[in-house]
Design a protein around this ligand. Structure first.
Ligand SMILES: C[S@@+](CC[C@H](N)C(=O)[O-])C[C@H]1O[C@@H](n2cnc3c(N)ncnc32)[C@H](O)[C@@H]1O
Length: 427
C-alpha cells in the first residue's frame, strides 16, 4: 500500500471507530440511536454530561472532512467554504418562526399555508427550506409539503441554541462582512483595543457608537436573545459537564462572576443545595437574572442560598473570601488588558483558600510553541491534525466571533497562563 493510501485507510478506520463509539453512547441511554427521520430530540440531546459523545464526534467530524478534502477536487472543497448561505437561510427560518408553525403540523404543512402563516413569499420559503433540508434541517415530506426534523426543532423560538443561532446569523454575519476593510483600515488594522472590533467599524458606518454591552442594555429583545443564546452556547459546547466533573461537594461558596441570567449557577444550585452562591453581573442583567431564578429555582432564593448582586467586574471587587470564583465565557470576551483587570479585581477579593476557575475553550494550534508539549490536552491520532482539524470547527469559529464582536479571542493555555501570571502581580 502506498503512503497516501495508508493515510486514507487510517482515516476510514477513525471514522468507523468514532461513529461506533457515538452509537455506543446513544445506546447507553437505553433509548437506542437517533433515527434518520427522527422528529423529536433524543434524550442524549438534552443531557448535561456528554463528553464521551463529543470526543467521538470531534474525531468523526475531523476525519471525514479530511478524507473528503483529500478525495474531492480542490475546486469543489474551496467553493464549499464560500457557497455556504446556510447562516442566511437559518436566520430567515428563525426570524419567521417557521419551526414554530410546523410544530403544529407534525405530518407536514403545504408551503402555501406555511408561507401565509409567516407572511413570506411561498417560492422563497420553499427554496430556503430545500437548502436546509439538504442537511436534514426540515424535510420535504411530499412535494411542496414541509415538516420539522430533530435538527429544525433547534430553530423553535423557545430553543436556547436557536437564540444563539439567531444572534450569530443576524448580527455577527454583518460584522464578518467588513472584516477585510477593518483589517486594512489605518485605525483598526493593528489595534487590539476593545473599540477597534469589526463590529465597531460596521456600526460607525451606520452612525452608531455604543459599546456592545450598552447596545444590549438598551434593547430588551436583543438582550433576551443574547442571554438565552448563552444557555444555548452551553448546550452546544457541552459546558454543563463541569457540574459533574468538578468536586462541588468539597466547596461551600461560589461566586459566578459575570453570571448572566444564571445559566451555570441555577443548575449548580439545584444539583448542590449545600452551596451558597453569589451572582455578579451588570445591573440590568441582574434584574433579568432575578426573573430566571424565580422561575427556575425559587427555592434557592427563598432559602437565601443565592444572592444576586450588581457588580462591574472591570471596576469593582467581588464579594470577599468565597471558595470559588467561577468565570464562564468571561475572559474570552475581553482583550488582554481588560481580562487582566478583571482577574486583578478578583484576586483582591480572594481569601487564602479561594480558587479561580476560568471556563473557556482552549485553542490548541497544530504547532505548539517548542518545548511546551500538549499542555495535557488531547491530541488527535495521525494522519489527523493534532488539534482534530475540522473537529475543532466550532471553537475556532467562536474565536472569530470574539474578534468580530469584541476584538477579543479564545486563548491557548499558555496565553491564559500569561494573563493569570500578570494578574497575580498586584502592585
Ligand atoms: C458571554 S456572557 C457569559 C455569561 C455566563 N457566565 C454564562 O456562561 O452564560 C458575558 C457576561 O458578562 C457580563 N458583563 C459584561 N460586562 C460586564 C461588566 N463590566 N461587569 C460585569 N459583568 C459584565 C454580561 O452581561 C454577560 O452576562
Amino acid at each position: 500500500m502506498t503512503e497516501p493510501e495508508a493515510k486514507l485507510e487510517a482515516l476510514l478506520d477513525i471514522i468507523n471507530s468514532s461513529a461506533r463509539q457515538a452509537i455506543v453512547e446513544y445506546k447507553k441511554t437505553g433509548h437506542g440511536v437517533p433515527g434518520a427521520d427522527a422528529t423529536t430530540f433524543h434524550p442524549l440531546d438534552m443531557a448535561t454530561d456528554t463528553i464521551a459523545l463529543r470526543k467521538a464526534i470531534r474525531l468523526l467530524e475531523g476525519a471525514y472532512h479530511q478524507l473528503s478534502a483529500i478525495l474531492a477536487p480542490p475546486q469543489h472543497t474551496v467553493m464549499n467554504f464560500v457557497f455556504n448561505y446556510n447562516w442566511a437561510c437559518t436566520n430567515v427560518a428563525l426570524r419567521a418562526r417557521i419551526a414554530d408553525v410546523l410544530e403544529q403540523h407534525p405530518e407536514g404543512l403545504s408551503v402555501d399555508r406555511l408561507a401565509d402563516a409567516v407572511d413570506l413569499d411561498k417560492s422563497n420559503v420553499a427554496r430556503i427550506l430545500r437548502v436546509l433540508s439538504l442537511m436534514g434541517c426540515f424535510k420535504e415530506v411530499k412535494r411542496d409539503v414541509f415538516a420539522n426534523t430533530r435538527l429544525s426543532l433547534i430553530l423553535k423560538s423557545t430553543n436556547n441554541t436557536g437564540c444563539y443561532a439567531h444572534f450569530h446569523s443576524r448580527h455577527i454575519a454583518k460584522y464578518a462582512g467588513v472584516l477585510y476593510e477593518t483589517m486594512i483600515d489605518q485605525d483598526f488594522s493593528r489595534s487590539h483595543e476593545l473599540d477597534k472590533a469589526p463590529r465597531v467599524f460596521a456600526c460607525r458606518k451606520e452612525g452608531l457608537s455604543d459599546s456592545y454591552w450598552e447596545t444590549i442594555k438598551n434593547d430588551d429583545e436583543r438582550r433576551d436573545i443574547f442571554h438565552r443564546g448563552l444557555l444555548g452556547h452551553g448546550e452546544m459546547m457541552g459546558t454543563s459537564a463541569v457540574l459533574h466533573r468538578y468536586p462541588w461537594d468539597n466547596v461551600s461558596s461560589v461566586v459566578d462572576v459575570g453570571s448572566g441570567i444564571g445559566a451555570f449557577s441555577i443548575p449548580l444550585a439545584t444539583m448542590f443545595p449545600h452551596l451558597k452562591i453569589t451572582n455578579h453581573d451588570l445591573p440590568e442583567v441582574i434584574v433579568q437574572a432575578q426573573n430566571a431564578w424565580e422561575k427556575n429555582a425559587p427555592e434557592a432564593l427563598l432559602d437565601g442560598r443565592v444572592e444576586l448582586v450588581p457588580n462591574n467586574f472591570l471596576e469593582d471587587i467581588p464579594v470577599f473570601g468565597k471558595d470559588v470564583y467561577y468565570l464562564r465565557h468571561i475572559i474570552h470576551d475581553w482583550p488582554d488588558a481588560e481580562a487582566t483587570a478583571i482577574l486583578r479585581n478578583i484576586r483582591k477579593a480572594m481569601g487564602p483558600n479561594s480558587v479561580v476557575l476560568i471556563h473557556d475553550s482552549v485553542l490548541f494550534h497544530a504547532f505548539q510553541e517548542p518545548g511546551v508539549g500538549t499542555n495535557g490536552l488531547s491530541v488527535a491520532p495521525e494522519p489527523m491534525l493534532p488539534n482534530f482539524g475540522a473537529g475543532s470547527h466550532r471553537v475556532y469559529q467562536i474565536d472569530l466571533t470574539m474578534w468580530f464582536l469584541l476584538n477579543s479571542k479564545e486563548r491557548t493555555l499558555d496565553e491564559m497562563k500569561i494573563i493569570a501570571q500578570v494578574s497575580s502581580n498586584i502592585s
